[in-house]
Ligand binder design. Structure first.
Ligand SMILES: [Fe+2]
Ligand SMILES: [Fe+2]
Length: 395
């Protein structure tokens, strides 16, 4: 018998991941090869290696989700992930591309309730998954909506090189510097560095994607992003390690959900990149989770109160609103052209149910969804007004 994943491969892959738990690397190194290969089932293996996990101060649950995140379908030969908030992609988002089980229809999140992943029928979808490649002829309207999607949802890049790059900084540079400095131990600093490397990898992947579509747009997107990012930065994170963790737990999980929408995109290059990016963003959300979990353990009741307050006052409203309005015309048009799958409301509901489970496992409460959304929309209006003020002043 052989376990489907070589244990050396696990160690090599994990150490460069943003959600690495180095104690797990020590554990797999220590487990004898015969023990590792004594079963083909992940959950059985987790039971078998329990003494080694204990010896290295690692949790069985961390072992399971780490294995599933890296090696479960569609990323490796292990069966689909059972952990719904640390690993995996709901079936619905893979049905058209992966040979996975027929439309599961719902995605169960922590037994709270099920979210319907049935595609809304308010609009007829006119493009199929993977229909267009970069150089293909496409309808004018399709091209316009694809371009709009890139401007609205892209990842920050640095489209200047050599001499032209002088004076330009990555938009992440300030927050990266803070994170490396503020990391409370060697393990969290390693995660933060791995995280930065992966985000810079995304800047490469999205730069290539945009450039192949239209060589002019990387610079245009970058310049547009610089304006909006500045406004966003004014309201974002507090400079505490807990808030940094919450930021990743929310923002990168939002990235996961964005990626879900695109893994069956009608624009094939985006679908391919998204499948990879989804996996990475899961890892970034997990990094935030680990850092929040550690902070809560160290900071006791005071830390818990602070986290709860930040979630209620800022993070929850912010991310409920980030999914966009329920009657968004953009969303309809993107769905029409196979560039998104579900409505903003469905995505928000799914995200909310996942967050309920995440918060619960950390001993934190989840705010009311609708109240948070209303507050988030108010916050967004305030940012818009401030931006308009800044632009009027500089005009
Ligand atoms: Fe990213
Ligand atoms: Fe990320």
């Amino acid at each position: 018998m052989v376990f489907p994943i070589d244990k050396r491969l696990a160690e090599v892959l994990w150490i460069t991941a943003p959600d690495v738990v180095p104690q797990l690397c020590d554990t797999v190194r220590d487990v004898p090869l015969e023990t590792w290969n004594s079963t083909e089932d992940l959950y059985e293996l987790a039971d078998i290696i329990e003494p080694y996990l204990e010896k290295h101060n690692a949790l069985k649950w961390d072992f399971i989700w780490t294995m599933e995140r890296h090696f479960s379908e569609p990323y490796g030969p292990l069966p689909k992930a059972k952990q719904t908030f640390m690993a995996g992609i709901p079936d619905e988002f893979l049905q058209d591309v992966g040979g996975l089980p027929e439309n599961a229809g719902t995605y169960e999140v922590g037994g709270v309730s099920d979210v319907s992943f049935k595609r809304p029928d308010d609009i007829e979808v006119t493009a199929r998954p993977y229909q267009y490649e970069a150089g293909d002829d496409m309808p004018e309207e399709y091209r316009a909506w694809l371009s709009k999607l890139f401007f609205k949802h892209g990842e920050c890049m640095m489209p200047y090189f050599g001499e032209a790059a002088k004076g330009h900084k990555s938009m992440f540079s300030a927050i990266d510097a803070f994170s490396l400095e503020a990391a409370p131990d060697a393990e969290s600093r390693l995660r933060q560095q791995n995280f930065s490397a992966e985000e810079y990898k995304h800047t490469f992947q999205f730069y290539k994607l945009y450039q192949e579509f239209d060589p002019e747009i990387p610079v245009q997107i970058y310049e547009r992003e610089r304006e909006t990012f500045r406004a966003y930065e004014q309201t974002a994170m507090e400079k505490t390690w807990m808030d940094r963790g919450l930021y990743n737990m929310f923002a990168d999980r939002f990235g996961v959900y964005q990626g879900f929408q695109w893994v069956q995109s009608s624009y094939a290059p985006l679908a391919r990149v998204s499948l990879l990016v989804c996996k990475d963003e899961r890892g970034h959300g997990n990094m935030g989770y680990l850092h929040v979990r550690d902070s809560l353990a160290h900071e006791g009741e005071e830390g818990r109160k602070y986290a709860q307050q930040r979630i209620e006052e800022y993070w929850y409203p912010q991310f409920m609103a980030s999914f966009g309005s329920d009657d968004s015309r953009n969303s309809k048009m993107w769905r029409k052209w196979g560039l998104k799958e579900l409505s903003n409301r469905q995505m928000r509901d799914a995200f909310h149910l996942e967050m309920v489970r995440v918060n619960e496992s950390l001993g934190l409460d989840t705010p009311d969804k609708d109240e948070a959304l209303a507050r988030g929309l108010e916050m967004a209006e305030a940012v818009k007004a401030r931006m308009a003020g800044v632009q009027a002043k500089s005009a």
